[in-house]
Design a protein around this ligand. Structure first.
Ligand code: ZN
Length: 315
């Protein structure tokens, strides 16, 4: 299985990471950082979020950042520029800016849904239908992905029933979305649960089962990614330097660290297409644009093992 296995790593730092920190990274620094991520071999980058600037001033320059990221496709033709949109209005702006892919958050927990987007889950599925209709009309080639947040538990509600998660995933597919992934927004997942829920998702959704978006809040990020890989998941979200601390767990790192995730897969012989040395170098523009913000990752601190050859050189 390893040897020929391949995974897609979707870098979410410029969106998930930057929207969780208080400081706003200047647009020029965002652009330099995204260039470095593409140069490292990442081929899917979530570059921003199309939400009202008064709600998230960190994302006010999303259209400009998308425009910059699109220029990188000349040098890296396989690059897919992705943006998060909460509703039809955001989707309109993102499609006008020229994104290659849209992602929408739908909460598995009703309490989180009301707190996060002030809509019930059913209202969010209705919103999805509007976004899909808009996509069909304006940009039929642009896939729409849903990440089911709080799929593994919710800080507000507590446990989230697995039946609820699967039912909602099916409703999203019926609304016309192309992929539905599962997100451990609050860092509550454990490997047995990840294995069980992704197995069910893949049985129910087939090819429309999407990415694993896992957090490292309690130190189980990589273990959870491996559990998902073991049951067939081949698409993973992560964030450079683990940027995106969880507001409910002060001091804890947020998203799975891209550097450590790439190291794990490459060491196993699973191809990520990412050059780890260049990926570690991409931390420099991130740190420059967010001075004083903690960045995480064991691999960058330990360094690459003696004799390590990067993926780009290995083939
Ligand atoms: Zn996240």
């Amino acid at each position: 299985m390893s040897g020929s296995a391949q995974v897609r790593i979707s870098e979410v730092g410029p969106r998930d990471g930057l929207q969780s920190v208080k400081a706003t990274m200047p647009t020029a620094d965002k652009c330099r950082w995204i260039s470095a991520l593409a140069a490292a071999g990442l081929r899917e980058i979530e570059v921003g979020s199309f939400v009202p600037a008064k709600l998230l001033p960190q994302m006010a320059d999303a259209a400009e950042v998308v425009r910059h990221a699109l220029t990188l496709t000349t040098a890296y033709p396989g690059l897919r520029v992705m943006a998060l949109v909460p509703n039809r209005r955001g989707a309109e702006a993102a499609l006008a800016a020229g994104v290659h892919k849209l992602t929408l958050p739908v909460s598995a927990s009703e309490a989180h849904s009301l707190a996060n987007v002030r809509k019930t889950r059913e209202q969010m599925v209705e919103e999805l239908r509007c976004v899909v209709a808009l996509r069909n009309e304006r940009a039929p080639g642009v896939p729409v992905e849903v990440g089911l947040s709080t799929a593994f538990g919710c800080t507000l509600q507590g446990a989230v029933a697995e039946d609820d998660v699967i039912r909602l995933a099916l409703a999203c597919v019926q609304a016309g979305v192309d992929e539905v992934g599962l997100s451990d927004t609050t860092g509550m997942a454990h490997p047995a649960q990840v294995r069980r829920l992704f197995t069910r998702l893949r049985v129910e959704l087939g090819e429309r089962a999407g990415a694993a978006h896992l957090h490292n809040t309690r130190g189980l990020g990589l273990a959870n990614c491996l559990a998902a890989f073991d049951v067939g998941v081949r698409s993973f979200d992560s964030s450079l330097g683990g940027l995106g601390g969880c507001p409910y767990a002060p001091g804890a790192s947020g998203n799975v660290v891209t550097e450590d995730l790439v190291f794990m897969f490459e060491a196993m012989g699973v191809s990520t297409g990412v050059d780890l040395s260049k990926l570690i170098a991409a931390r420099e523009p991130l740190k420059a644009g967010l001075p004083g913000e903690p960045v995480y990752g064991m691999t960058p601190e330990a360094g690459l093992p003696k004799g390590w050859t990067d993926a780009s050189l290995r083939a």
